[in-house]
Design a protein around this ligand. Sequence first.
Ligand code: KG4
Length: 338
Amino acid sequence: DHLINILAIESSCDDTAAAVLSNGKILSNIVATQEVHKQYGGVVPELASRAHQQNIVPVIHQALEMANIDKKDLSAIAFTRGPGLMGSLLVGTSFAKSLAMGLEIPLIEVNHMQAHILAHFIEEEGFDKPEFPFLAMTISGGHTQIVKVSDYFDMEVIGETLDDAVGEAFDKSAKILGLPYPGGPLIDKYAREGDPKAFQFTKPKVDDLNFSFSGFKTAVLYFIQKKTKEDPEFVEKNLKDICASIQYTIIGILMDKMKKAVKKTGIIQVAIGGGVSANSGIRQALVDAEKKWGWKCFIPKFEYTTDNAAMIGIAGYHKYLQKDFADFSVTAQSRYKI
Ligand code: KG4
């Protein structure tokens, strides 16, 4: 049998990534993170596309080299079609099209959000794969969704944020506390040594399985403003307790909806993905849920939770098996539904 070798390219936001997979096994997984955005406190789209232009060839070379695969042995090129920043997506899309055309091999378009979920199917020692159907919660700086996954490419969004993503709730809260961007990991770090019940923040009331985080951010802002008026050193003195309380509230919001989703669907397999799944609070909450409620939870390896090309590759591999190839007229989609 001949091997199915796939080169996967991801360029939807501020990471330029390439991976090579052979029969669904990851041979290389390279990410070039763009440091240029740090000084601006967020991703600057124009700078992101320029950096992708600079990074894409070296990153792909590195991925092929590390995998020890020659271009002419590739079976297909998979790439992120969307959702994401248009300028960023265009770099990967155009590159993937040209390369597949030059090599005369199939082109496979991948939905970035589906790929975050399909990352759970990457072969990895010590990590179980979920069985269909399962529930997936994608939590990142750009997304907050609960998805019912019935098959590899049969997914239904059953809940999502109506405004900010959960990662933004972390990052904006951190900014209010004077912490540098992205503040999510720092809140997590301080929260570990703080009292989660020291301060109370009310949870937003949102119908069904949807989320809202813009009110939460405002609640944190008003709380901090009021407290600093009373004591200018309030944040300094209580940083750990404030972070623990913020994290406790955010995780509570996520888990309340997950519980509701489990109840509604009767599905007890729960998988998470996206940058925020690195958070120690959500990881612990899922471990507790296994013990308390008998859920079976799936937490991916850290490098597959943030933006990466390995997940684009595994999605591409399953499309390859289904002979689901893209037309060469395919275009990038900044908004692209699951
Ligand atoms: O998936 P990702 O790398 O890319 C975006 O979609 O932007 O997610 C990044 C987000 C940021 O908001 C970051 O603050 C958050 O994930 N994040 C965390 C943690 N690690 C990353 N939030 C809370 N706790 C963490 N440990």
